[in-house]
Design a protein. Structure first.
Length: 110
């Protein structure tokens, strides 16, 4: 990362539950604090959008009891999306955010 990208970094507050990224700490409740560039935020926003779409698809799939969970591409896509989000939050997170995510055991295991 070059120094120009470093100067574009700002603190953001993220709620995975709500799928939101906020500029100000008082805007709404949040779970994670990150330091990111506008490009990082765009990438994270796209991940949230894709994961919400997968969640919507999984909701409709859930109404078909003939398909078992372990053969459910929609749920797999949702789970993979959440792992990508948590990995990105860990990458961009403050030390407290990184520690909290590590304690959650949601990161992919090597």
């Amino acid at each position: 990362m070059n120094s120009a990208e470093d100067t574009n970094k700002k603190t953001y507050y993220v709620s995975v539950q709500a799928g939101t990224i906020m500029n100000n700490i008082g805007d709404a409740s949040f779970e994670f604090e990150i330091i990111a560039t506008p490009d990082d935020i765009e990438r994270l926003s796209e991940m949230f959008e894709a994961t919400m779409e997968a969640d919507h698809d999984a909701f409709w799939r859930a109404h078909n009891p003939a398909i078992s969970y372990h053969h459910d591409d929609e749920n797999d896509t949702y789970d993979e999306g959440l792992q990508m989000i948590y990995s990105t939050l860990h990458e961009l997170g403050t030390p407290e955010t990184k520690h909290f995510i590590e304690e959650m055991h949601v990161l992919p295991q090597p």
